[in-house]
Design a protein around this ligand. Structure first.
Ligand SMILES: [Zn+2]
Length: 81
């Protein structure tokens, strides 16, 4: 079994990329893979949102997924106004 369904090659990632989460990446739900919520007051999330948009322009689905995952995994204080 291989989970390397995405195109090969290694690209340098911006910032700290954490792959220690035990979340499966093989879910057939694109909405889940690429879905995220940006906190308007979080500069990091907004920057990642821009990365996602750039990746989308280039049809770089892996970068899209990575940006979305980073946003989802970005820790906040849980303060949602
Ligand atoms: Zn954030």
């Amino acid at each position: 079994m291989s989970d390397e369904s995405m195109s090969g090659g290694q690209m340098p990632l911006t910032g700290a990329q954490q792959t220690t989460l035990g979340q499966p990446v093989e879910l057939p739900l694109d909405g889940w893979l690429y879905g995220y919520t940006v906190s308007p007051e979080c500069g990091v999330c907004k920057a990642l949102d821009r990365q996602f948009a750039e990746a989308e322009k280039h049809k770089d689905h892996r970068a899209m997924y990575q940006a979305a995952a980073e946003i989802r995994n970005h820790p906040h204080d849980g303060k949602q106004k």
